[in-house]
Write a protein that binds this ligand. Structure first.
Ligand SMILES: Cc1cc2nc3c(=O)[nH]c(=O)nc-3n(C[C@H](O)[C@H](O)[C@H](O)COP(=O)(O)OP(=O)(O)OC[C@H]3O[C@@H](n4cnc5c(N)ncnc54)[C@H](O)[C@@H]3O)c2cc1C
Length: 481
């Protein structure tokens, strides 16, 4: 049945085998038979970005949700707020542009009625082409939306065991509490893998030297960032001190394996004295208004809150000791008197070996009653984590409704991520941000921006077809997505 000319996927058969793959699998049908006798509710562990998105998606499909969040009873080393959907580090959900893979992922999520995207739009603060939010308003918005849903019951309790009944979504995040991590280990039989993620320092806007810093976005597109310009002398002095600075030593149980996109500043500097000037401190497109020249290096500060009183040092994740951060970061022109509202740090990240453990539906291969969502699946980033929650919420609801779970086409940003985390060909599995390298090649060779445009158009077209297909299975569902 050629229902969709011009698209890569041309037939119902193709879709039904690729995107409803479990119909014929014995384990799934055996599970479905047993499941029909179970209570029809979903237990979600973790009220972070993924857990909240999953709760929203399932409840809007009229499914009862029990959402367990351990805060405020217990906090991870990075969480500080008792609200749901807390952003533990940056207040930016990164690019909003469709020429950027994470912008595309956001658009897909909007089209699937994402709670996280909805609230992010409502609580947005200026950040150029990025979607940044007022973190307090963002988490409050998510909490309020979920608390208002009758179908969602929120329990402020730590789960130490995985429930032996119900459909369960494990969305306990990169800082899953140790007892639960133990239970996951028992369930999966896999050792958790550790690496370090990173927090950038935040400074008080009032304490910046306004005679030195200047407002600008790159290439003159707005003035959302505060920039600290550096001469070569200032830059090298800073790099030298950074290299000498005293760092927090790694603990025995931690393996120092970093996610390439989130290296500590001082480790980047160790790769060469110019590395930072080509990385987080690159001055390109940032003309200093007083001299009219592009500085040798620039430290960019991004607004953290609605009123604009707090700013984070973009890309300044570090393992420097706090005192050293104060001393060394105050060498940056404009930050001589900076008041630090938060210091940078690095944290452990818990994630499972999804390629061997998970199906593309996010169900555990050996027990499809259990789904994983969020950062713990091996995606990296707020938006990516929420996207995995979105899919887990849809699939958990579908399983309860006796329908086959679904998988987004690989040509979409969501599908690309799913494919990556479940790809058994990947030798050394490490967490992944969404990026254009995850998408299958286009039928014809195009380069640059045109290529990104074509990938984006293909993704959104395929997403629409996919959405129609799985909503059309049951007409009553059609309006739910
Ligand atoms: C320190 C750090 C900084 C990061 N910075 C960024 C960043 O700047 N930008 C970015 O895009 N990504 C960042 N990430 C990566 C990641 O995208 C975020 O951590 C994201 O919040 C993950 O979403 P999640 O829903 O999977 O987990 P979380 O948002 O962490 O949510 C998990 C929730 O589960 C709860 N929980 C844990 N164990 C239990 C239990 N046993 N019972 C009940 N509840 C439990 C936790 O309290 C938490 O609320 C960072 C990660 C870390 C660790």
């Amino acid at each position: 049945m050629g229902f969709c000319p011009g698209l890569i996927y041309q037939s119902w058969d193709f879709f039904s085998t690729c995107y409803f793959p479990l119909r014929s699998v014995d384990i799934q049908s055996h599970f479905m038979e047993n499941f029909l006798h179970m209570e029809k509710q979903i237990t979600i562990i973790g009220g972070g970005l993924a857990g909240c998105e999953a709760a929203w998606q399932a409840s809007k499909r009229d499914i009862s949700v029990l959402l367990y969040e351990m805060k405020p009873q217990r906090f991870s080393p990075a969480h500080v707020s008792s609200l749901l959907g807390e952003l533990v580090c940056s207040n930016s959900l990164r690019s909003n542009s469709l020429y950027n893979a994470v912008g595309l992922l956001k658009e897909e999520m909007r089209r699937l009625d994402s709670l996280i995207m909805k609230v992010a739009e409502e609580t947005r603060v200026p950040a150029g082409e990025a979607l940044a939010v007022d973190r307090q308003a963002f988490s409050s918005g998510i909490t309020a939306r979920l608390e208002a849903i009758d179908k969602v019951k929120i329990f402020r309790e730590e789960m130490t065991q995985i429930p032996s009944e119900d459909i369960v979504i494990i969305a306990s995040g990169p800082l899953t509490s140790p007892p639960l991590a133990e239970s996951i280990k028992k369930l999966t039989g896999e050792e958790s893998l550790y690496f370090y993620d990173a927090i950038s320092p935040i400074v008080d806007g009032e304490s910046l030297n306004k005679n030195v810093v200047f407002r600008a976005s790159r290439y003159g597109e707005g003035n959302d960032y505060i920039n600290c310009p550096m001469t070569p002398e200032e830059y090298y002095r800073f790099v030298d001190q950074l290299l000498k600075g005293e760092k927090v030593p790694y603990r025995d149980f931690e393996r120092p394996v970093h996610f390439e996109g989130c290296l500590p500043l001082e480790e980047m500097a160790e790769r060469g004295r110019e590395t930072l000037a080509h990385g987080p401190m690159k001055p390109v497109g940032l003309k200093e208004p007083r001299s009219g020249k592009i500085p040798y290096a620039v430290v960019q500060l991004r607004q953290e809150d609605g009123p604009g009183t707090a700013f984070n040092l973009v890309g300044f994740q570090t393992k420097l000791k706090w005192k050293e951060q104060e001393r060394i970061f105050r060498l940056i022109p404009g930050l001589e008197q900076a008041v630090f509202l938060r210091f940078g740090s690095l944290h452990r990240n818990t994630f499972i070996h999804s390629p061997t453990l998970l199906q593309k539906t996010l169900q555990l291969k050996k027990d499809p009653r259990i789904l994983f969502a969020g950062q713990i699946t091996g995606v990296e980033g707020y938006v990516e984590s929420a996207a995995m929650g979105l899919l887990a919420g849809i699939n958990a609801a579908r399983v309860i409704q006796g329908k086959a779970p679904v998988i987004p086409p690989e040509t979409t940003a969501m599908g690309g991520l799913i494919h990556y985390i479940t790809n058994q060909q990947v030798k050394e599995f490490q967490p992944m941000n969404v990026n254009f390298g995850l998408f299958p090649p286009l039928a014809r060779r195009i380069r640059g921006k045109d290529k990104r445009t074509a990938i984006g158009e293909r993704a959104l077209k395929d997403l629409e077809v996919w959405k129609k297909l799985f909503t059309a299975e049951n007409a009553e569902d059609a309006e739910l997505i």
